[in-house]
Design a protein around this ligand. Structure first.
Ligand code: FAD
Ligand code: SIN
Length: 525
C-alpha cells in the first residue's frame, strides 16, 4: 500500500500543473501508465491561446470560444479560463518554456476560429517543450514522487473500505504495476484525475496510444456524471500516409497562409463552404473535407503552403518539415496529403470551476473533464490552457479545504482469488480493433440514427464478452484499456443518440437543424 497526501493520475499538462501547485505544502504522488511524457501534452504542436496582441481583448477570445462551441459553453467558465490565460503563460515562461519571440514580445501565431493572433508557441512542437519544463520542475521537487508504468484500473471508493461507511468517498486507486506484474493500492486524501482523452476509440486519431478514456470510464463506474461525449473533435489535417497514420499537421500551417486544395484540379475549396475559408472552426473545415472526399471518391485532399517563401516555411514548421522530408514530401515545394482524424474529446467527467467532481475527495482536470469551456466544439489551442487553469484551480481548492478532507480509512487490497491467467489474448486484440473500426465508420464526422444504433448493438455484444473476460482473468494493461475503450465508446454512442439536433461537432443527417436551446448531454450512472 502506498499513501500520500494527494494522488494525481496523469503526468501531462493538467496533472503536473496540479502537482507543482500542491507540492509546497503536501506530499504528492503522480502516476502515469507508461513513461511520464507519453500523453497528448508532449504531442501538442500549435500552442497555447492567450490574449496578448495589442488590440485583442478578453471579450474577443470569449466570443471566439463561444462561437466555436456553438453556444453550448458555460460562459462563466469561458471567462474564468480566458482571463487566467496570460498568467498561465507567464508561469510557463518562469518554468523555462522557450516560447518564440519577436523582439521583446512573444510571437503569436494564428489558428482557425480565432479573430486575432493569439497562439504562443515553441516552433511547431510546443507540447514537447511544455512537457519537458513541467517534468523537470516536478523531478526537482522533493515533495513530488513520479511513478511511471503504473496502469490505474479503478478508483478505490467507500465500497472498498475494510469497514464500509456508505459515504461514496474516493480514497485513491488500484493500479497495475507493469514491472512487478501485480496490482497495488495507492491511497490519498484527495485524488485528481488528469488522464487525458478517449481518442483511441477511433481507428484514425492524432492522439497517443494511451488515449483510451481510462479516467472517464473509471469515474463513470465510480458514480460520476459524464457529459457531452458526443462532441468528439476531428482535426481537419492529419497526414495521409499509408505507414504513418497519426501525424498531425498543425492548424498553424493554415494560420500562416496554407490553402486546402483538391488534388488534380488544385481548386481551393474552403471558400465554397465558409467565408472564413481555411480558418473556419475545425468542425466546419473537417466536414467540408469529408464532403469533398466522399463526393469525389478521394483518399485525401491537399494542404498547400508552398506559395510561402521556403525559409518562412522551414523556420515556422521545422519539426513538421523535417518529418515530411523523411517521408518524401517537401512542404516548401509540394502540397501535403491530409485527411481528418479524431483529435480531441470535448466531453468528459463533469467538474465545477474548482475542478470538483460529483464524488467527495475526487477532482478532475484537463481533457478527461467537461468543465463547460469547450461546448460543442473546442477552439484551437484552448485545451492546454484549460489544463493549466484547472490544474491550478483543483490544487487551490484542495489547499483551501485541506482541513475538511479526512484521511483515508483502511481499504481492502485487490482481490485476485477468483481469476486465472488468460489463455486467449487474441480476444483483446480482436475486440480493440473492432471497436475502433465501427466507431470510425458509424460514429464519425457525419452520423445517422441508424448507424448509431448499429454501433450500440455491437457495443452491447462486446460488453458481454469483455465483462466475461474481465471477470475470469488476471488484469493486464491491454485488458484494462480495452474495458475502458468500450466504456468510452458506449458513452459516446449513448450521448450521440440522446442529442436530437446537429450542433458543433455532432452532425446527424436525421436531425440537421440546431435547436434554439443549447443543452448539455448529461449521463447519470
Ligand atoms: P495528457 O497529456 O494526455 O496526459 C494523460 C496522462 O494520463 C498521461 O500521463 C497518461 O500516462 C496518464 N494516464 C492515462 N490513463 C492512465 C491510467 N489508466 N493509469 C495511469 N495513468 C494514466 N491542445 C492545445 O491547446 N494546443 C495544441 O497545439 C494542441 N496540439 C495537439 C496536437 C496533438 C497531436 C494532439 C493529440 C493534441 C493536441 N492538443 C493541443 C490537445 C492537448 O494536447 C491535450 O488536450 C492536452 O495535452 C491534454 O493534457 P492532459 O494533461 O489532460 O492529458
Ligand atoms: C494544432 O496545432 O493544430 C492543434 C492545436 C489544438 O489542438 O488546439
Amino acid at each position: 500500500m502506498h499513501e500520500s497526501d494527494i494522488l494525481i493520475i496523469g503526468s501531462g499538462a493538467a496533472g503536473l500543473t496540479a502537482a507543482l501547485n500542491l507540492a509546497e505544502r503536501f506530499k504528492v504522488t503522480v502516476l502515469a501508465k507508461g513513461a511520464m511524457n507519453e500523453g497528448a501534452t508532449a504531442w501538442a504542436q500549435g500552442g497555447v491561446a492567450a490574449v496578448l496582441e495589442p488590440g485583442d481583448t478578453f471579450d474577443s477570445h470569449i466570443e471566439d470560444t463561444m462561437i466555436a462551441g456553438a453556444g453550448l459553453n458555460d460562459r462563466a467558465t469561458v471567462e474564468f479560463v480566458v482571463e487566467n490565460a496570460p498568467a498561465a503563460i507567464d508561469r510557463l515562461e518562469k518554468l523555462g518554456v522557450p516560447f518564440n519571440t519577436e523582439g521583446e514580445a512573444l510571437h503569436l501565431t494564428r489558428e482557425g476560429g480565432h479573430s486575432h493572433r493569439r497562439i504562443v508557441h515553441v516552433n511547431d512542437a510546443t507540447g514537447w517543450a511544455v512537457q519537458e519544463a513541467l517534468l523537470n520542475a516536478a523531478r526537482a521537487h522533493p515533495n513530488i514522487t513520479l511513478v511511471a508504468d503504473m496502469v490505474v484500473i479503478d478508483l478505490a471508493t467507500s465500497r472498498h473500505e475494510a469497514r464500509y461507511s456508505g459515504a461514496g468517498n474516493v480514497w485513491g486507486v488500484y493500479a497495475f504495476n507493469r514491472a512487478a506484474n501485480a496490482v497495488e493500492l495507492f491511497t490519498a486524501r484527495a485524488t485528481i484525475l488528469a488522464t487525458g482523452g478517449a481518442g483511441r476509440t477511433y481507428l484514425f486519431s492524432t492522439a497517443p496510444r494511451g488515449a483510451t478514456g481510462d479516467g472517464i470510464a473509471m469515474a463513470w463506474r465510480a458514480g460520476c456524471r459524464i457529459s457531452n461525449m458526443e462532441f468528439m473533435q476531428f482535426h481537419p489535417t492529419c497526414l495521409y500516409n499509408l505507414d504513418v497514420k497519426n501525424f498531425l499537421i498543425t492548424e498553424a500551417v493554415r494560420g500562416e497562409g496554407g490553402h486546402l486544395k483538391l488534388p488534380g484540379t488544385g481548386h481551393r475549396f474552403m471558400p465554397d463552404f465558409d467565408p472564413r475559408a481555411e480558418l473556419a472552426p475545425r468542425d466546419v473545415v473537417a466536414r467540408a473535407i469529408d464532403h469533398e472526399i466522399k463526393r469525389l471518391g478521394l483518399d485525401y485532399v491537399h494542404l498547400d503552403i508552398s506559395h510561402q517563401p521556403p525559409e518562412f516555411v522551414r523556420t515556422h514548421f521545422p519539426m513538421i518539415h523535417e518529418k515530411l522530408l523523411g517521408l518524401g514530401v517537401d512542404m516548401t515545394t509540394q502540397p501535403i496529403p491530409v485527411v481528418p482524424a479524431q483529435h480531441y474529446t470535448c466531453g468528459g467527467v463533469v467538474i465545477d470551476r474548482a475542478g470538483r467532481t460529483d464524488l467527495p475527495h475526487l477532482y478532475a482536470a484537463g481533457e478527461v473533464s467537461q468543465s463547460g469551456l469547450h461546448g460543442a466544439n473546442r477552439l484551437a489551442s484552448n485545451s492546454l490552457l484549460e489544463c493549466f487553469v484547472f490544474g491550478e484551480a483543483a490544487a487551490d481548492d484542495i489547499s483551501a479545504n485541506w482541513g475538511d478532507l479526512a484521511p483515508p480509512p483502511a481499504i481492502r487490497p485487490w482481490d485476485e482469488s477468483r481469476v486465472t491467467h488468460s489463455d486467449e489474448e487474441v480476444v483483446i486484440k480482436q475486440n480493440w480493433t473492432e471497436i475502433r473500426r465501427f466507431m470510425w465508420n458509424y460514429v464519425g464526422i457525419v452520423r445517422s440514427t441508424k448507424r448509431l444504433e448499429r454501433a450500440a448493438r455491437r457495443i452491447d455484444m462486446l460488453r458481454e464478452e469483455v465483462n466475461d473476460y474481465y471477470g475470469h482473468f488476471r488484469v493486464t494493461p491491454d485488458l484494462i484499456e480495452l474495458r475502458n475503450l468500450l466504456e468510452s465508446a458506449d458513452l459516446i454512442v449513448r450521448s450521440a443518440l440522446h442529442r436530437k439536433e446537429s450542433r458543433g461537432l455532432h452532425y446527424t443527417i436525421d436531425y440537421p437543424e440546431t435547436l434554439d436551446a443549447a443543452i448539455d448531454t448529461v449521463l447519470v450512472p
